[in-house]
Design a protein around this ligand. Structure first.
Ligand code: ADP
Ligand code: ZN
Ligand code: ZN
Length: 740
């Protein structure tokens, strides 16, 4: 033990980001030998309280730096890595993100690591290779099919096979270990090859049209320096082709490209387009991977072996030694914003990362966010427009159906039904969109108007009949039996009102008995089978009816769909959230964009009780850009985001009074700061005041001066966390996307 009291003896210390909900990093001592090896970005095992946690070294403290005598420093338990896992730039990005979103640094650092590394598992730059020792073991394996299978594969590769490849081929590590025990094979460690492959074209690029050419050239001019581009292109205008042609140049220079998409599982075609264009290593990072595959993909990215990294939101934090371009497709999509815990927005982090890296970043969408248009307006982003559909496809025409006067069958306008029939008779496909799953959103008593409500939330139960009859709360997950009589008046006639996808499926089956109805929502995808299966069906050109929720609206290419029906958009038109019009317009345009992508022109029908709503009129008579410009002006005049920066404080406890009092008191403290220059809205009850049995309240801070707002909030927020009762939950959402 070094003598801590003597000022002259050097003390070897490092600063560590520990994954706990605390805002500081913590200092630990270590041996001189470990100190020499330790580097920022490496993992260390440390004891914290009673736990053993995996932290990240953020700093080496000079041995002669004065020691604060306040705490007795502990020794680290173990230095886990000789090489840093996170490079300097990734560390900078994470530190910036933790500060910007005011979230504990240790937790933020953990976001950047695959689960196995978070758990402290060794990070091997060595591969486990399995080699056969006994080539005449057939007879000994009669009893185990798995072992026979593994043995056969090993026999095919006398020089040995990497464990991860065997795993991919379906051979489990346990099986290999069983064979090893019998002396049939052995495991040896070999250095892996992480050098990147040369990238070559696997497929010729398409001949770009004028708009595409301009976009590609515009972006390529900005290579090797930071510039943000908004690729604003109609649905089906060939944005992906623009990405691919820009990527080709960047890859040619030996750089890596990071491509972020909303949900990989739902867009297999986008992935296959990247895969089929280039011969190179592509690492995919998304939530569908198991831990070891995720680690493999992360390693390919982190070592620089993979040239293209395709991932969802959190892939923005992957260390990439040769990053040269970031692409964010469907940039308006809400899934880029993490809605719990560390609430970052991958789009904003991407802009900052490109800035750190000095490389271009492309945000692409047919319905860009108002936030991005505002950046264009302020000269911080360059807009590139694609104004025609690629190939021969034309934009669909939007028709509005007034539900107040329409004759209906099963809640669907007869005019719409006749149009659907016409299309199906011509062997074309129809897409019916309804953003509400389940059978019906309301169950009501016909005699006394009792409604089935969740006992824990301010919300109705949704009626479900699949896979069995039940009531389900979509907010807290509570499930109740479906009552056969009214609990209030004992009446036996209970009626379900409104429609969910399951009810529409039933209606469509009876209205169109000769056509298959394929329902795609969160309840059905598990029933029907994988998305891939549904997808194959859709691409077989049979006259089917596709019915689904949001899942169907996103980025898909359905060449045989010529008619899109949106059954109910009124919820979006009537919502009080100031962002609701933006989301509704995006949804309408995105779902409309699924029509007429092939040779035939498409039509879109919208059912509504508000046919004169200005948003609809602008979309029908003009287009999304006109809508966006209007919205931008409105937000500017009302000083709403993005023209003011916001922070939302959510407060949850068992008493609304307690929430209100607590927030009120702290709002008062903030108001006392004379140079704050911000508005404070609230505290007010949240739009859904009670959720899962707990009371919710909100408070919103708004300011035109972001730096000052964040500066003032920092100490105020941490103080608030410090003082809150232990049963209260407080969260902070910087630049919130939803006020619920
Ligand atoms: P977006 O992403 O803008 O919705 P896509 O990139 O999916 O559009 O392109 C729509 C279709 O047009 C795709 O089938 C694509 O292969 C095709 N396409 C794109 N660019 C061209 C081009 N220059 N010439 C011919 N076809 C193209
Ligand atoms: Zn009743
Ligand atoms: Zn509930």
């Amino acid at each position: 033990m070094p003598d801590l009291t003597s000022a002259s003896a050097p003390v070897f210390r490092i600063r560590v980001a520990v994954p706990v909900y605390l805002y500081d990093c913590f200092d630990y001592m270590l041996s001189e030998q470990d100190y020499q090896k330790a580097q920022p970005g490496a993992r260390v095992l440390v004891s914290f309280g009673r736990q053993n946690l995996t932290g990240i070294v953020t700093e080496k403290i000079a041995p002669d730096a004065p020691l604060s005598s306040e705490f007795k420093l502990k020794y680290i338990t173990e230095l886990l890595d000789d090489e840093p896992l996170l490079d300097t730039q990734t560390l900078n990005l994470l530190t910036w993100s933790a500060q910007y979103y005011q979230f504990p640094i240790g937790e933020v650092m953990h976001t950047a690591l695959p689960a196995l590394l978070r758990q402290g598992k060794p990070y091997n730059l060595l591969a486990r290779m399995w080699k056969l020792l006994d080539e005449h073991a057939d007879a000994r394996l009669k009893r185990s099919e798995r072992q026979q299978e593994a043995y056969k594969i090993l026999k095919l590769h006398p020089s040995g096979t990497a464990e991860n490849i065997l795993n991919l081929a379906g051979v489990e590590t346990a099986t290999l270990k069983a064979l090893e025990k019998k002396g049939i094979c052995e495991c040896v460690l070999e250095a892996q090859n992480f050098s990147p492959q040369a990238v070559s074209l696997a497929q010729m690029p398409l001949t770009a049209n004028e708009d595409q050419k301009k976009a590609v050239q515009g972006i390529l001019k900005a290579q090797k320096k930071y510039q943000a581009f908004l690729l604003d292109g109609l649905t089906g205008s060939g944005k992906t082709e623009v990405y691919l042609q820009v990527m080709q140049e960047v890859l040619k220079q030996g750089k890596q490209v990071l491509v972020l998409v909303p949900e990989i599982g739902l867009t297999p075609q986008t992935i296959s387009r990247f895969q089929s264009r280039f011969h190179c290593d592509i690492a995919m990072l998304h939530s569908g991977l198991n831990d070891s595959r995720r680690l493999q993909a992360w390693q390919a990215a982190q070592t620089g072996k993979a040239s293209i990294i395709l991932g969802t939101r959190s892939a923005i934090f992957t260390p990439l030694p040769r990053l040269g371009l970031i692409v964010l497709d469907e940039e308006h999509d809400l899934s880029f914003k993490q809605q719990e815990g560390f609430r970052y927005h991958a789009r904003d982090v991407a802009l900052y990362r490109a800035h750190l890296q000095n490389c271009p970043v492309i945000l692409g969408s047919a319905t860009p966010s108002i936030d991005s248009y505002a950046l264009v307006d302020q000269g911080k982003m360059t807009v590139l427009e694609l104004n025609q559909r690629a190939g021969s496809a034309q934009m669909p025409k939007i028709h509005i159906l007034d539900l107040k006067i329409a004759q209906k069958e099963h809640g669907i306008s007869k005019i719409l039904l006749a149009e659907m029939k016409k299309r199906l008779d011509k062997k074309e496909q129809v897409l019916v969109f309804l953003n509400r799953r389940g059978y019906a959103p309301v169950l009501i008593c016909e005699s006394c108007a009792w409604q089935a409500r969740c006992p824990h939330c301010d919300a109705n139960f949704t009626v479900h009949y699949q896979p069995y009859s039940h009531l389900h709360c979509h907010h807290c997950g509570t499930i109740h039996r479906l009552p056969d009589h009214c609990p209030a008046c004992q009446h036996t006639e209970l009626k379900s009102i409104g429609m969910g996808t399951a009810k529409v499926e039933e209606s469509l089956n009876s209205l169109f008995p000769d056509h298959e109805v394929i329902r795609v929502d969160r309840d059905s995808t598990s029933r029907v089978g994988s998305w891939q299966k549904i997808y194959d069906k859709i691409h077989k050109s049979e006259p089917v009816i596709l019915l689904g929720t949001q899942m169907l609206a996103k980025g898909h290419h359905f060449p045989y769909v010529t008619l899109v029906a949106v059954l109910d958009i009124d919820a979006g038109l009537l919502s009080v959230d100031f962002r609701a019009p933006e989301r509704t317009a995006q949804l309408i345009v995105q779902v409309s964009g699924r029509a007429g992508r092939g040779e035939h022109k498409g039509d879109v029908y919208l059912q509504t009780l508000r046919p004169d709503h200005p948003l609809l009129l602008t979309l029908v008579n003009e287009n999304y850009r006109a809508f966006a410009q209007q919205t931008l002006t409105e937000r500017k005049n009302a000083l709403l985001p993005p023209y003011r920066y916001t922070a939302l404080i959510r407060c949850e406890s068992s008493s609304q009074q307690q929430n209100q009092d607590f927030l009120q008191e702290h709002a008062g403290l903030l108001r006392q700061r004379s140079d704050l220059n911000a508005d404070i809205w609230g505290p007010i009850p949240a739009p859904m005041e009670r959720k899962a049995g707990r009371w919710q309240a909100h408070m919103v801070l708004l300011s035109q001066d972001r730096a000052r707002l964040h500066y003032h909030m920092r100490s105020w927020w941490q103080n608030m966390l410090h003082q809150k009762p232990s049963t209260m939950k407080l969260t902070l959402d910087i630049d919130p996307q939803e006020l619920s």
